[in-house]
Design a protein around this ligand. Structure first.
Ligand code: A3P
Length: 321
């Protein structure tokens, strides 16, 4: 329902009329609020969350640019931090009956989108939430508290292809025509991506993770694919819940990775036939789940153009794509 463009308050409509806008990925337009591009209802959600959300010191917030692997990381973090409450070997594990997005809500999209006051009494401790908001636009209490941020980044080429495919599926679901790859690539290169520019999003959290490594853990989708055990243990240590020797001996680490793997999650009944509370089919979040699928779509020209931009934007920062 957050895709319905007119479903925003009068105040938000007034604000939108003053913001720069561009052709949308999902709906008609995306708007530029505080330097990033987003859908109307999500801007409403961001503003409400900036005004109201009170972070607590032991909160954990997963941050991603959309299509970077949010679904996977939500599943991994949920299993990791709740492994005493929901042992990973139990047959009734929540990931077997709920989509990861229904277990780890997005602040601006699920919790604050309608200006409602979220019922945090339903959360277990530590509270686990997610957001796509760039670092500079996070609610002040997140920046000022000891809340931990886990940031997941993905190669911009795969992120772009995933976003183009995903948003076209949503357009088809709401009986719109699809966007061509050429047009959306041009958009992406100009920085007009959901919550983009992509590079500003990544660099904001990258810088913070270097200056404040106890606050922000910076992860790469590709590295988790390559060395899943090492990366999951890194997450556990960062979140002050390292695996014990007994847990390692009982293969808890392997079982969390197996439970959250693409092959397993995409075949769980709720992800095959279920819908999110926001109305979207869960299966949309499981496409290929691979590294390098962009090679099946990029022309030489597209590759050259994005290489040039990536080189310019990330030059000297220590990140390589
Ligand atoms: P592809 O479109 O390249 O397949 P998000 O969760 O941020 O919306 O990102 C979705 C991307 O993550 C999709 O990428 C999706 O297939 C992939 N994905 C979903 N679940 C995954 C998992 N368990 N492991 C690895 N990738 C996963």
């Amino acid at each position: 329902k957050y895709l319905q463009e007119d479903d925003v308050s009068e105040d938000c409509k007034k604000l939108l009329s003053t913001l720069p806008k561009q052709k949308g990925w999902v709906g008609s337009y995306v708007y530029n609020y505080q330097g990033f591009w987003a859908l109307p209802r999500l801007i409403q959600g961001v503003i409400a969350c900036q005004r109201q959300f009170q972070a607590e010191d032991n909160d954990i917030i997963l941050v991603t640019a959309p299509k970077s692997g949010t679904t996977w990381l939500k599943a991994l973090l949920f299993s990791l931090v709740n492994r005493k409450k929901y042992p990973i070997f139990k047959k009734n594990h929540p990931l077997l009956v709920k989509n990861p997005h229904d277990l780890v809500p997005l602040l601006e999209q699920d919790l604050y989108v309608d200006g409602q006051v979220p019922d945090f009494s339903l959360f277990t401790s530590p509270r686990l939430m997610a957001t796509h908001v760039p670092f500079a636009s996070l609610p002040k209490s997140v920046q000022n508290s000891r809340t931990k941020l886990v940031y997941l980044c993905r190669n911009p080429r795969d992120t772009f292809i995933s976003m183009w495919q995903f948003t076209n599926n949503l357009r088809l679901d709401s009986h719109r025509d699809t966007n061509s790859i050429e047009e959306m690539f041009d958009h992406f290169c100009k920085g007009v991506g959901l919550y983009g520019p992509f590079w500003s999003h990544v660099l904001g959290y990258w810088k913070e993770s270097i200056e404040n490594p106890d606050k922000v853990l910076f992860l790469m989708y590709e590295e988790i694919k390559k060395q899943p055990k090492i990366q999951l243990k890194r997450m556990a240590e960062f979140l002050d819940c390292p695996f014990s020797i007994e847990e390692e001996d009982c293969r808890v680490v392997d079982e969390i990775l197996r439970m959250c793997s693409f092959g397993n999650l995409r075949n769980v009944e709720v992800n095959v036939n279920g819908k999110m509370s926001a109305g979207m089919a869960n299966k949309n979040f499981f496409r290929r789940g691979e590294v390098g699928d962009w090679k099946n779509y990029f022309t030489v020209e597209m590759n050259d153009k994005l290489n040039y931009i990536v080189e310019q934007k990330f030059h000297g920062c220590g990140l390589k794509f």
